[in-house]
Design a protein around this ligand. Structure first.
Ligand code: AMP
Ligand code: ZN
Length: 500
């Protein structure tokens, strides 16, 4: 007998950006889900903002799988066609980096794809089922352009092909995702129209003829050139998931024009609206401003793992940083700061301490002081409500309190409830939230609690030596720890340490 999948008893609601409201989630084919998420443009190291979006969708992927769905998760690598300023003019981001570093574009792509995978695996994200690249799908992109031209929604000018937004809007709705109105857009940008090959400034490139110095180029019926940025996602999503699929995700900043254009391309090529549920993850900010490569307002994950930045007083394990992000709902803005991470670390440690105590608990005849099955359902209700991880975590802290009263002998738990509690923790903390065990998470390199306690003791002795003006001892402690690869860091809120 095959077990009944969890999804048949849990009603999942997803906030659909296309509708502007939460909807009950129903996949096209029962039991199966196709999900596409826009991947990184691999021309520099990922920053923590990028990671937040990928961790948000990792949570979605994990929960859908946990519910028993068979999920095909496609996340692309943008290795060509993404121009500076995200528009239709300027240099290709990858090619520009290659020129500056005097490397082949594919060396740049390789270097930053490896970095991306390495960082995401430290955050314990599950790799997608398929990770296609734009350069691996040039032929498919040329084919879809031909279809869009045949269907009358694109035109050729000077070897480039543009999507005719105005023509498309006569029979379709350009702006249905972003809530923009084409007439307003045209009214606001009229004076720029004369400067380009486009009929209208809102038209966007499907194919661009390459200037002589543009090195990333391919032959096509129209020119030696390269595909437009929006096209790769249309091609790779529909190739692997079909002309209509269930979920498309990405950061909020991609909603317009990138995703709006994807819908237009899909409808113009296939006559079908490609995506049923659009999901948009909100931004990570630093000092209240969007973390962004172009402004340099970023923090890199390695800076967090090593503590080697003046933005932090100490190092934090990847699992703590992941927990920090999951403490906010994926649709809320989250501001990054040392204090916020420290608070998350405290909560994370409290949770892990309680979980570690579970195997030592002894069961009694009945449970007193807590309703485990009701609590479990509250946890699922939170996740079923548009993947509300902060509410789930709040429920986890309720059970932490109960576990602590059990430890003190002030409450009791039955055998079956203890088993259910343990299973729910395993399912939700480790499988769904993707957190990793506290000992390894605390240190990031397997340092034991005993060793970290010893370093804390030495930090205390050093502080005492300094108060007594015994600088010979305080320097000795610092230098000898450094020789062992433990670097002390004096910050505003006391001394922390990093492992070299
Ligand atoms: P990119 O490599 O620039 O194409 O970005 C990769 C992904 O990271 C996209 O889904 C972006 O929306 C997302 N992203 C970029 N900046 C941030 C940020 N500050 N917070 C959250 N997600 C971001
Ligand atoms: Zn995309």
């Amino acid at each position: 007998m095959t077990p009944v999948p969890l999804y048949s008893s849990q009603e999942l609601h997803i906030y659909n950006s296309l509708k502007g409201e939460k909807e009950v989630f129903t996949p096209i084919t029962e039991g199966y889900i196709g999900m596409y998420v826009c991947g990184p443009t691999v021309y520099s190291n990922v920053h923590l903002g990028n990671c937040r979006t990928f961790i948000s969708f990792d949570l979605v992927f994990r929960y859908l799988k946990h519910l028993g769905y068979k999920v095909r998760y496609v996340r692309n690598i943008t290795d060509a066609g993404h121009l500076e300023n995200d528009g239709d003019i300027g240099e290709d981001k990858v090619a520009k980096k290659a020129r500056l570093e005097q490397l082949e574009p594919m060396e740049i792509v390789q270097r930053y794809t490896v970095d991306f995978h390495n960082i995401l695996s430290q955050f314990n994200t599950i790799p997608p089922s398929i990770e296609p690249t734009a350069t691996g799908h040039i032929i498919e992109q040329i084919e879809i352009i031909k279809t869009i031209i045949e269907n009358g929604f694109a035109y050729v000018t000077n070897g480039s092909v543009y999507f005719d937004v105005k023509k498309f809007n006569e029979t379709h709705n350009y702006g249905k995702l972003s809530g923009r109105n084409l007439e307003d857009m045209i009214a606001n940008t009229r004076e720029l129209a004369a400067q380009s090959d486009k009929k209208n400034p809102q038209d966007f490139a499907l194919w661009k003829k390459a200037d002589p110095e543009h090195i990333m180029r391919w032959p096509s019926p129209w020119s030696d050139g390269f595909p437009g940025w929006h096209l790769e996602c249309t091609v790779m999503s529909t190739k692997y998931l079909g002309e209509e699929f269930d979920i498309h995700g990405g950061g909020m900043d991609l909603k317009f024009p990138h995703h709006e254009c994807e819908i237009a391309q899909g409808e113009a090529a296939c006559g079908k609206t490609p995506v049923n549920y659009w999901m948009h993850a909100n931004m990570l900010t630093l000092n209240g401003k969007k973390m962004s490569k172009s402004t340099g307002n970023t923090i890199e994950p390695v800076e967090i793992f090593t503590g080697d930045t003046d933005k932090l007083n100490k190092a934090f394990a990847p699992s703590v940083a992941r927990f920090f992000m999951l403490q906010a709902h994926y649709r809320s803005i989250l501001d990054f700061s040392n204090n916020a991470l420290e608070a998350s670390e405290k909560g994370f440690n409290r949770l892990m301490e309680a979980i570690k105590a579970l195997p030592q608990l002894t069961a009694s005849n009945e449970t007193k002081g807590f309703d485990i099955p009701a609590w479990r359902q509250l946890c699922y209700d939170a996740m079923n409500d548009d993947f509300n991880s902060p509410i789930l975590i709040a429920h986890l802290f309720d059970v932490v309190k109960f576990i602590n009263t059990l430890k003190e002998g002030k409450a009791t738990i039955s055998t079956s409830d203890l088993t259910l509690l343990q299973k729910t923790i395993n399912d939700l903390v480790f499988d769904v939230l993707g957190l990793t065990d506290s000992t390894s998470a605390n240190s990031g390199d397997g340092m034991t609690d005993k060793l970290s306690g010893t370093v804390e003791l030495l930090i205390k002795l050093r502080a005492e030596a300094r108060i007594n003006k015994d600088f010979a001892t305080s320097d000795k402690i610092r230098d000898e720890l450094l020789a062992l690869g433990i670097q002390l860091k004096d910050g505003r809120d006391g001394t922390g340490y990093t492992l070299n």
